[in-house]
Design a binder for this molecule. Structure first.
Ligand code: BGC
Length: 378
């Protein structure tokens, strides 16, 4: 369905540090990185949930579990080399089972909203679960974030990772077709977390997969994210109605609080945006090409996160619905704006908006998508 085209510049950017940094090596000359598997907990029906810990040469660590293919934590160095977990979440499985507003989650079969949970495909009307008022959100009542995936470790020359697979059956949450789905998380020695998705189906279906970590580059639970400096590589966005469904219009961000084409603190004009940011931006790049989505800088830690993706859009959500009712990792209370999400994806409600890039996967085609979260400091 989608062809991934890597720009030469991006490849140089991601691989250059291999040649220029002097890396610590083990006795047999190999770079030290590893993937460890352990039991994280059990669901109420006794299913064992595994946790995979990926560690790279710099000590950067990503922990991923088989429940929801969720990124449980991401430890990233600050400008002094000190690691902090920069994603919101819980210390244990119980927290995720009880109440998870998509912390770290893999979201599908259709990330974001579908108006009234309805669409028509090849002349057939489908009704999906309505779990956000009258709308369908993030795959329904039991989306990809709430099912148990199969996990296996992956090791390549310069990356460690985990491959997660799930067979999403015909009819689950109302979707047509058996969808066979793979998500691979890989950690590189250049401090990049790469998330790639693949899927095939036996009936035509809409598909839109994304990653839903709430980031706070100062460390999770460490205050709000309003002082983070954000650049979104987008001149345009899709305005929404009161139910957060795109109206279909494509609007310029110019001279509005939506404009992050040059770096702005998230808080600079948030008061002018009713409810806070929860909008889809159209990335300045060809729809299926890998390209820069956003760059975020947190001044106290010096951490910078850059996101690249093959997806045409990104949902920028400023953690508006966090309200202090969740106590997360290390007893930290998550208040309004304590985390932000940048979710590379197709546009919301695309199944009902023929003018938006297609989200339909047909039998015989292969869905492919990739997003890269690259970290450095300044
Ligand atoms: C959506 C928000 C939603 C949140 C749930 C975001 O992707 O855009 O509207 O409330 O996910 O955590």
């Amino acid at each position: 369905m989608k062809k991934m085209m890597y720009s030469v510049g991006l490849m140089i950017l991601l691989t250059a540090p291999i040649f220029f940094s002097c890396q610590k090596r083990t006795e047999n000359g190999k770079v030290e990185m590893n993937v460890k598997k352990e039991l994280f907990g059990k669901t109420s029906d006794g299913t064992a949930i595994e946790l995979f810990t990926l560690t790279n040469y710099n000590g950067m660590k990503a922990r991923i579990m088989t429940y929801g293919a969720i990124l449980v934590s991401l430890e990233v160095p600050d400008r002094n080399g000190k690691l902090a977990d920069i994603t919101l979440g819980y210390d244990d499985l119980a927290g995720y089972l009880k109440n998870n507003p998509y912390f770290g989650a893999t979201v599908g079969r259709y990330a974001n909203r579908i108006a009234k949970g309805r669409f028509t495909l090849n002349g057939v009307k489908y009704q999906l679960a309505q779990n956000d008022g009258e709308n369908h959100l993030h795959g329904g009542v039991k989306g990809f974030d709430k099912v148990v995936w199969k996990g296996e470790p992956v090791k390549e020359a310069n990356t460690v990772g985990v491959k997660l697979t799930y067979l999403n059956k015909d009819g689950e949450e109302g979707y047509p077709g058996n969808l066979s789905c793979t998500v691979v998380y890989k950690l590189t020695n250049e401090n990049a977390l790469i998330i790639s998705y693949e899927a095939t189906t036996d009936k035509a279906t809409p598909i839109n997969l994304t990653h839903h970590s709430y980031f706070n580059l100062a460390g999770q639970g460490n205050g709000d994210i309003l002082n983070h400096k954000l650049m979104i590589n987008a001149d345009k966005y899709t305005p929404v109605d009161a139910g957060l469904i795109p109206t279909g219009e494509i609007r310029s961000v110019k001279n509005t609080p939506m404009d992050f084409t040059t770096p702005q603190t998230i808080g600079s004009r948030i008061a002018e945006v009713k409810g806070g940011y929860d909008h889809n931006y159209i990335i300045n790049k060809k729809a299926d090409e890998m390209g820069l989505v956003a760059r975020v800088f947190e001044p106290t830690s010096g951490r910078v996160m850059e996101i690249y993706s093959t997806e045409p859009g990104v949902q920028f959500y400023s953690g508006n619905f966090l309200d202090g009712s969740i106590t997360g990792k290390s007893g930290k209370v998550y208040r309004k704006y304590y985390g932000f999400c940048l979710e590379p994806q197709h546009f919301p409600d695309s199944p009902n908006k023929p003018q938006f890039p297609s989200v339909i996967l047909n039998p015989g085609e292969k869905f492919e998508s990739e997003s890269i979260y690259k970290f450095y400091t300044k």
